[in-house]
Every structure is written in C-alpha cells, then in structure tokens.
Design a protein around this ligand. Sequence first.
Ligand SMILES: [Zn+2]
Length: 93
Amino acid sequence: MKLPSILKTYCPYCRTHTEHDVKLEKKGKASSMRRGTRKYNEVKKGYVGSPRTPKKDVYKTGKRPLAILTCKTCKKKQQKAYPSRTKKKPEIK
Ligand SMILES: [Zn+2]
C-alpha cells in the first residue's frame, strides 16, 4: 500500500482543508492496567491455565496502516487509521 507524502485534508484546529505531512507510525502497545486486562486477571485467579477457551490457530493476515498527519499551518497532529488491511508493508511515495 502506497500513501502520499502530502495530503490535503480537513484540520479540526484550523477548521478548513489544509496540507498535511504524512508519517507512518506503529500502533502503540496496550496498557497493562487497562480495564480489560484487570478484569481478565480477576477471572484467571485460582486457575493454573486459562479458564477461557484457548486461542484460535487462525490469525488475521495483514495490518491496517496508521498514519500521523501534521498540519503545515498550525503544526498540530492527528491520527488517520486506514480501514482496509494490507499484507504489503505500507510506504510513503
Ligand atoms: Zn491546522
């Protein structure tokens, strides 16, 4: 998947369409103290293995690229997640 290096899109801070610099970013690691993890640790208490059904053998192929857009006018950043999955490594033209 190829992404443009400059994208003209809406900036919520300027409230108009402005030019943005596109930079690819990896998705951050989920927090270990988030609600879902704390709840799962509570469920797991007292078990040797996992009390829930084991993980599937089939995993989703490909990843959804996450782009960081920087407004050229106000230098504010915003995230843009692409809805489709891609097997090829995303690159900027
Ligand atoms: Zn802006």
